[in-house]
Write a protein that binds this ligand. Structure first.
Ligand code: 13P
Length: 253
């Protein structure tokens, strides 16, 4: 059985004070949910990772970064290594989020290096994949997902891939209030799981968690989670409100 996984991606939001307040409220509101029945994580901006990790150290809530560089140290001005993320208490890291692909311009090859380096550095990467609206309208969703997954996981052994979580985030559903229907999410998640079975094996495909992201709110979380291959949720905007994020967690567990 795959354990539900709910992660909040705070993106470039919060400040020193509000990041800590948000973390505290999420921790105190989710005390009844332990790591036995769900995985919960928050992904604050780099600069607040350490203080948020401290606040959450007594809870079952893990901390993730929103990005990582693929080298472990050296002359890479402005970048952050997997070891640095581990050092400040990170467990997870998002790789290839659509905003990094489409706003910053990251390509599959770079994302693959980040996923690989994250695993080598002891982090658990969440590889984000998803099609643009024009790609969906042109019937290219599976082609795009196929490319993101195959290139994103290129060169990884079975053992290494078992550290990975996939997040399906259709770009047209991110921050738009236009959620994929549970049926659309299920269809793509099913496609992803079959692809993993083809690339690796059935056991790995059955074990890998596939999250849905894109305008997840308290009122659509349960419906999305009711689908067989939706194992969790990657939440943007609604994760900045403790009550909403807690309601989403409860709907998912
Ligand atoms: P929203 O929930 O704000 O649509 O963002 C989704 C997302 O990008 C999470 O990574």
């Amino acid at each position: 059985m795959r354990k539900p996984f709910v992660a909040g991606n705070w993106k470039m939001n919060t400040d020193n004070h509000t990041s800590l307040e948000l973390a505290k409220r999420i921790a105190s509101g989710s005390r009844e949910i332990t790591s036995h029945n769900a995985s919960i994580a928050v992904c604050p901006p780099f600069i607040y990772l350490q203080s948020v990790a401290k606040v959450l150290s007594a809870s079952d809530i893990a901390v993730g970064a929103q990005d990582v560089y693929f080298e472990s140290k050296g002359a890479f001005t402005g970048e952050i290594s997997p070891l640095m993320l581990k050092d400040v208490g990170c467990t997870y890291v998002l790789c290839g989020h659509s905003e990094r692909r489409h706003v910053i311009g990251e390509m599959d090859e770079l994302i693959n290096k980040k996923v690989t380096a994250a695993i080598s550095g002891g982090l658990l990467p969440i590889l984000c994949v998803g099609e643009l609206l024009n790609e969906r309208d042109a019937g290219q969703t599976e082609q795009v997902i196929n490319r993101h997954i195959k290139k994103g996981l290129a060169g990884l052994s079975n053992e290494k891939v078992s550290a990975v979580t996939i997040a399906y985030e259709p770009v047209w559903a991110i921050g738009t209030g236009r959620t994929a229907t549970p049926q659309q999410a299920q269809e793509t998640h099913d496609f992803i799981r079959k692809l993993i079975a083809q690339m690796y094996n059935d056991t790995l495909a059955n074990e890998i968690r596939i999250l849905y992201g894109g305008s997840v709110k308290p009122d659509n979380a349960k419906d999305l989670m009711s689908r067989k291959d939706v194992d969790g949720l990657l939440v943007g905007g609604a994760s900045l409100n403790a009550d909403d994020f807690l309601a989403i967690i409860r709907a998912a567990v």
